[in-house]
Design a binder for this molecule. Structure first.
Ligand SMILES: NC(=O)c1ccc[n+]([C@@H]2O[C@H](COP(=O)([O-])OP(=O)(O)OC[C@H]3O[C@@H](n4cnc5c(N)ncnc54)[C@H](OP(=O)(O)O)[C@@H]3O)[C@@H](O)[C@H]2O)c1
Length: 294
């Protein structure tokens, strides 16, 4: 089968990060390129902070088509690119860089990943209460996407370090007039808010491998069957929080959906082709399932 050439030169794409022990982006994108017979090569670019400016400069010099960006560089790349999308500016993080004829443009596709994960439940979220655990990097894209695309009445940000939750609530509050923002780290306030929430999201790393038996809910809090629960942690796929929620009969959404959603949007920005979701999902789930048995 003949490969389709995107362009003679712009065939290199990769993921930029540091200490990338396990990233699913190469398997997801490589599977998608193969499925559509696209002639792109996807690599892993694990660099120290001092090397980051050189790496971005080489993307121009070597005429890379683009890159995904992950921890810890989603903020650090912002001053290094030529332009940043409005969405990435508001979120304050870039997770995708596209090289448009030498001009590097930064995007944030994590927000699209959250949108795709929850779009089916849009009517249940609108004008309702949402509880979001976490105030780190992924929480920013999540809070933005939930407020922007689903207009809930209230978002309660719950975080171990209260100051981080406060900063996020104060920053995003004035940007979304239809949603009121609150923050807490108090278990009783959290439990009360959980009782009336339509949607519960975990964006903390609690529950991520190897600490698979943990979830961020307070000890006495319960999930109810009319609630929607998204855990953006995707390794393991079936986190302790999702198991608890499924046991209560709630609607559960795995972090794999966000992972695929952000990947799909990045892929489309790189290639201008529709992402082959089914093939990519199979490859990602296979990889995660194998990882569970290691
Ligand atoms: N599905 C996807 O596509 C996707 C995309 C991005 C990230 N993720 C996942 O999201 C998770 C968070 O990523 P991130 O980039 O936002 O990380 P981050 O910026 O380091 O933020 C971590 C968050 O988790 C909280 N936290 C960490 N350990 C905790 C503990 N023991 N108890 C309570 N809270 C704790 C932190 O609270 P403090 O503020 O108190 O430190 C902070 O709110 C990771 O598991 C990552 O794999 C998934």
């Amino acid at each position: 089968m003949k490969l389709q050439r995107h362009s003679e030169h712009q065939r290199l794409i990769g993921i930029i990060g540091h200490k990338l022990a396990h990233t699913l982006s190469p398997v997801m994108h490589t599977t998608a390129f193969k499925k559509l017979n696209l002639d792109f090569t996807y690599g892993v670019m694990d660099v120290t902070p001092e090397m980051l400016p050189n790496l971005i400069a080489s993307m121009r010099a070597l005429n890379f088509r683009g890159a995904n960006v992950t921890v810890p560089y989603k903020q650090d790349v912002i001053p290094l690119v030529d332009e940043v999308s409005e969405e990435a500016k508001v979120i304050g993080a870039v997770n995708t860089i596209v090289n448009n004829s030498g001009r590097l443009v930064g995007y944030n596709t994590d927000a699209h990943g959250v949108y795709i994960s929850l779009a089916y439940y849009a009517d249940s979220i609108k004008n309702n209460h949402v509880v979001i655990f976490g105030a780190g990097g992924a929480a920013r894209a999540t809070v933005y996407a939930v407020a922007k695309f689903f207009s809930p009445k209230r978002i309660m940000i719950v975080n171990r370090t209260l100051e981080n939750a406060k900063k996020m609530a104060e920053e995003f509050g004035p940007k979304f007039k239809l949603t009121k923002f609150f923050f807490t780290n108090d278990p009783e306030t959290t439990t009360r808010e959980l009782e009336v929430a339509a949607l519960i999201i975990n964006t903390t790393s609690v529950g991520m491998k190897p600490l698979v038996n943990f979830h961020p809910l307070p000890t006495n809090a319960k999930v109810q069957k009319n609630q929607i629960v998204l855990d953006i942690v995707y390794n393991p796929i079936d986190t302790a929080l999702l198991q608890l929620a499924a046991g209560a009969g709630a609607k559960v959404v795995s972090g794999v959906e966000m992972l695929l959603g952000q990947g799909a949007k990045a892929f489309e920005l790189f290639t201008h082709h529709e992402f082959p979701m089914h093939a990519a999902r199979e490859a990602v789930v296979k990889e995660l399932t194998q990882d569970m048995h290691q």
